[in-house]
Design a protein. Structure first.
Length: 359
């Protein structure tokens, strides 16, 4: 039988019982000091029938934060909190990797230690407003990082990877998508540097490759994924030649033998269609295991797997509203309707109270 969403697959060292991946989803419901709490355990445990859960984007350091109530993966208390989640998911036969995050310029001094300015490749203020504990506030012009500061950020990714392994994760995903720090280095709308980290594709990819290699040195390549979003305009992102840039990035990542490459094939909060982009070519250039994401349903997911375009499909919003999405797809059962107003922040409502199918 041809492979479909319900067939198993092995991505690097990670064996998935099916090819339905829960996409990373920011939910802003962590406890104090970025420590995951009981409702977070329930939420992930409810979704353990996914072939793989990719956690919400998780800051690797205090300077990596950019929204309220995010979990972290850099303190012992955070490790202990996450361990309860990985244990619960594993007890249900699931797999879970953590997405490692540095937001770069998509932050605000009120969210950073001692009111620090957000950091970025270049001092270019993004259009838009930050979500802060005091409500929406205009983004500020970030401080351009000195090249001499980058090794410490690379070290923070390695430290977070050690913490993730201690917390029992099956692997880590390097978040290089959606307009956050590593993506800010990749795309020239946010990177105007004139040193070794700006200009050419090679230079703009340098930090991503340094980070990915540092994470691999800790976890092993077969437990590391990377997420890219070549045309996502979210967070005021643009690039003058996304196809050439991301073809280059895919080819540069190929020899690293990652567990997978995870690609957002459009704009997460809309947009992105304006930029024609050939994801089939990107995937062919990359050659390794590929997780496709964005607006897939069951039919398109199965078609992408059957054609060889993708090895697995990541579903975001459908997993928010349907903890048992795999069972619903199998049964062609109707899906719960997502409540957009409870996506970001709050408590159980819209988080752990979506109903399961009843027999
Ligand atoms: C969001 O909060 O909307 C968000 C966070 C992380 C992402 C994408 C979107 O990678």
């Amino acid at each position: 039988m041809a492979n479909d969403l319900f067939s198993p697959v092995t991505l690097g060292a990670i064996h998935l019982k099916n090819r339905m991946v829960m996409a990373p989803l920011t939910r802003n419901r962590s406890g104090e000091h970025g420590v995951p709490q009981a409702i977070n355990v329930t939420y992930y445990e409810q979704r353990a029938s996914a072939g793989l859960i990719i956690t919400e984007a998780t800051p690797i350091s205090l300077m990596a934060h950019g929204y309220p109530a995010l979990p972290g993966i850099y303190t012992d208390a955070q490790i202990a909190g996450w361990k309860k989640i990985t244990d619960a998911v594993h007890a249900k036969g699931g797999k879970i990797v953590i997405q490692l995050w540095h937001v770069g310029r998509i932050s605000h001094p009120s969210l950073l230690p001692n009111g620090a300015l957000p950091v970025a490749p270049s001092a270019i203020k993004p259009a838009g407003q930050a979500f802060t504990y005091q409500g929406l506030q205009d983004y500020v012009a970030p401080r351009a990082l000195e090249a001499s500061e980058l090794p410490a950020i690379v070290a923070d990714y390695a430290h977070a990877t050690k913490a993730a392994l201690a917390a029992g994760f099956d692997g880590v995903e390097v978040h290089a998508a959606n307009g956050y720090l590593l993506d800010q280095f990749l795309r020239d709308g946010s990177n105007q540097r004139i040193d070794n980290y700006g200009g050419s594709f090679e230079n703009r990819s340098r930090l991503l490759l340094e980070v990915t290699k540092a994470v691999i040195a800790v976890a092993g390549a077969d437990k590391v994924g990377v997420r890219l979003s070549p045309v996502n305009p979210f967070n005021d992102m643009k690039d003058s030649n996304p196809q050439a840039l991301f073809n280059y990035v895919a080819k540069a990542l190929r020899p690293l033998d990652l567990a997978y490459l995870h690609v957002v094939e459009g704009g997460i909060h809309g947009g992105g269609e304006a930029d024609p982009f050939d994801f089939v070519t990107l995937r062919k250039l990359y050659q390794g295991a590929y997780i496709a994401n964005l607006s897939y349903d069951k039919a398109r997911g199965n078609a992408a797997i059957a054609s060889g375009h993708a090895d697995a499909i990541a579903y975001g919003v459908p997993f928010i509203a349907n903890p048992d999405l795999v069972a619903r797809f199998k049964a062609d059962a109707p899906l719960n309707v997502p409540d957009v107003t409870s996506f970001y922040g709050g408590s159980e409502k819209g988080y752990t109270d979506y109903p399961f199918l009843t027999a």
